[in-house]
Design a protein around this ligand. Structure first.
Ligand code: AMP
Length: 191
């Protein structure tokens, strides 16, 4: 199973990605987590990525694309994967298409979690209190929403046109959202 999960910052992608990963026995690959691990370890990739992340901007496509290309070539991704937070730009979609086509593979579904903008700003401000991510200040949170609307939201139509889109209401209790997500993926991939 090869899946992607999209949704605005704070929609709960990471949380749902963990459940999807468990259910289908595929690794959840979060570009944000890989960037954060590199920032913590002080690698050159981390140094490069950090200034974009701290400002709520996207890391340049070339940097992100080669990181994903390497990650999905690892053994644990051979039978499938869930990409959490990638692709996020039209150029990244083209790059992912190329990565898959090279190996004769295709995506099974593109899950999008839909949530109200103001509701998630409040969610992220709550998360900031407990997790203390440096990109969870109100100003950066609002910038991340804008960047998502400008650069990533257009991908929803793109995957809809390909017949791969699985839209799920991301509001409500985590368990309820998980049940909706898993049922929707099952429904979309059984046919
Ligand atoms: P996330 O944890 O998915 O919210 O990602 C945190 C930050 O990492 C984003 O605000 C971006 O700066 C960066 N990032 C994650 N994924 C991507 C991507 N696919 N393209 C560009 N930047 C990304």
């Amino acid at each position: 199973m090869r899946l992607i999960i999209m949704g605005p910052p704070g929609a709960g992608k990471g949380t749902q990605a963990a459940f999807i990963s468990d259910k289908y026995g595929i690794p959840a690959i979060s570009t944000g987590d890989i960037f954060r691990a590199n920032v913590s370890a002080g690698t050159p990739l981390g140094v490069e990525a950090q200034r974009y992340m701290d400002a709520g901007e996207y890391v340049p496509d070339e940097v992100t694309n080669s990181m994903v290309r390497n990650r999905i070539a690892e053994d644990d991704a051979a039978t499938g994967f869930l990409l959490d937070g990638y692709p996020r730009t039209v150029a990244q979609v083209a790059e992912l298409d190329d990565m898959l086509a090279t190996s004769g593979l295709t995506l099974d579904a593109a899950v999008v979690l839909t949530v109200d903008g103001e509701e998630i700003v409040q969610r992220l401000l709550e998360r900031a209190k407990t997790e203390g991510r440096p990109d969870d200040t109100e100003e950066v949170i609002r910038r991340r929403q804008e960047v998502y609307a400008e650069q990533t939201a257009p991908l929803i139509d793109l995957y809809r046109e390909r017949g791969l889109l699985v839209e799920v209401d991301g509001l409500g209790e985590v368990g309820d959202v998980t049940r909706r997500v898993l049922a929707a993926i099952d429904g979309a991939t059984k046919a």
